[in-house]
Design a protein around this ligand. Sequence first.
Ligand code: PEP
Length: 252
Amino acid sequence: MRKNIVAGNWKMNTTVPEGVQLAKEVVEGVAAAADLKCDVVVGVPFTHLTAVKAVLDGGKVWLAAENCADHDKGAYTGEVSAPMVASTGADYVILGHSERRGYYAETIEMLKTKVDLALAAGLKVIFCCGESLDERKAGTHFQVIKDELVGSLFHLEEQAFANIVIAYEPIWAIGTGETATAEQAEEIHAFIRQLVAEKYGAQVADDTTILYGGSCKPSNAQELFAKPDIDGGLIGGASLKAADFMGIVTAF
Ligand code: PEP
């Protein structure tokens, strides 16, 4: 049975003390929520991992980094490797976010390497895919998503693939206030699950968690999460206020 997950992606927001405070509020919210139907993850900047981990310890909230390097170690000034992330006690790493692909020129091939390094370090991966507005208008969105998944993930053995969570994030819906309709999102989620089924079989596809990301908020989360192939959300802006984030966590 696949897990439902709601994961926050704080991006480059909050100082360490602010992040620790936000994490505390999320931990308290989760502790107070009766009968939660999803796992909760907070994705935080590298600088925050250790301090936030200390707050999460013993609670029910998992920790993610927002990126890792495409090398294991060495002379890569300013980079943070997957083993370094894992050594903070983080459980997940978010890879392939469209902001990383767009602003930092992360390629499908580079992401394949990052995925391998993250899994080798014992991290689970929240792997983002999704099309731009131009690609959707041109009708190439299915192919774009397929290329991203095949190119960076589908070389994995089935056992390794079990540690992958896929996040469908249409770029045109990220931080824009424009959400994909629940029907648009479900269409792509079902397509992704079908791709996983063709590669790994029906059981693996059924066990794969597929999140939606793109202006998800308390007011639209319920409708999105009600769809059969939407197993939760990757949440940007609305993860920066504990009350909003909890409004999504409790939407199941
Ligand atoms: C994101 O960047 O992963 C995201 C989903 O952002 P937002 O919720 O702000 O659209």
